[in-house]
Design a protein. Structure first.
Length: 306
């Protein structure tokens, strides 16, 4: 059967790239790009990890400088921002497209972007919302935030989407790190609540495996409340659409504290939030939602930096 013109055209060559850092996440990224046919140059302080990838087809460089020199696209996935500086301070970045997937803070990301541009590089900052087993697995739900140059993001979107989905969050270089930490902060808050729930039953004849599906279903049922919180923050009206108001919920706090005491469980995970609820009740209205707690947490930038 004859093929039409579009079928006979060869696919564009996969973009070659350099990857610096081969920890658990870096190695997962490397294998995803390799599996998709991207020519990959790698470097890692521990040469054994680079050698393992080299045996599967990657090019292992002897130094970070040598690895950067090979390709225009350079992806960095190191321990922290200080490591990025240690590895790249003396490396020629002129003409390179640097994508930094190292976990960082918004302020450090902005400073690192300025640092890269002073050295003649284009820069994207990223925050990976996935664990290594999710990388390169279609449908696993992993993705990465990206911020910085929209043109640079669009140019490399196809390559960056290979290991995980991509979500561009704006030109501000610090936004990817900010979104990353915001979501992870919510995750740890959820883990804290789950830890308290399991602690409450720990001394009883209750199988944690019996509580787990109930807990997961309950957390899933409550999660849409974040949309109402966002709407209330945007409108400034914290009383619209309230189902369980602040007054009622603050009134129930003693039950949670007394139950914990009776079960021999510390309240150190819950007490700070309950204290904020009571403070907001004293300053606001009992008819509000819990949204006002957000405003209590926000400090002026000058105070936060002091």
């Amino acid at each position: 059967m004859a093929l039409n013109g579009s079928e006979t055209q060869s696919r564009p060559a996969a973009t070659p790239l350099t990857l610096l850092g081969l920890g658990a996440m870096g190695t997962a990224l490397a294998r995803a790009w390799m599996a998709a046919g991207h020519p990959l140059t790698v470097w890692n302080r521990s040469t054994a990890r680079a050698a393992a990838l080299a045996s599967d087809g990657a090019r292992a460089a002897d130094s970070a400088a040598a690895a950067v020199a090979v390709n225009s696209l350079v992806v960095v996935c190191l321990l922290d921002d200080a490591s990025v500086g240690e590895v790249l301070d003396d490396v020629d970045l002129a003409g390179k497209d640097v994508v930094n997937l190292t976990t960082s803070t918004p302020a450090l990301a902005r400073a690192r972007a300025a640092w890269a541009r002073e050295r003649g590089a284009r820069y994207l900052d990223g925050g990976i919302m996935a664990v290594p087993p999710m990388i390169g697995v279609p449908g696993a739900g992993g993705y990465a935030f990206y911020s910085g140059s929209p043109e640079l993001f669009e140019q490399h979107r196809a390559t960056l989407t290979v290991p995980a989905g991509t979500t561009y969050v704006g030109e501000d270089d610090g936004f990817a790190a900010l979104y990353d930490v915001a979501l992870l902060s919510a995750m740890y808050g959820m883990f804290a609540g789950a830890a308290h729930a399991f602690a409450l039953i720990r001394s009883e004849d209750i199988d944690p495996a019996a509580l787990a599906p109930l807990l997961a279903d309950w957390l899933n049922a409550m999660s849409p409340a974040v949309h109402q919180t966002a709407e209330q923050l945007n409108s400034g009206d914290y009383t619209t659409g309230v189902v369980s108001n602040l007054g009622m919920q603050a009134g129930g706090v003693p039950t949670f504290l007394d139950t914990a005491e009776q079960q021999g469980v510390s309240t150190e995970l819950l007490s700070p939030y309950f204290a904020l609820m009571r403070r907001r009740l004293a300053e606001g209205s009992p008819e509000e939602d819990l949204t006002g707690v957000v405003d209590l947490l926000v400090r002026p930038r000058s105070a936060a930096a002091a």
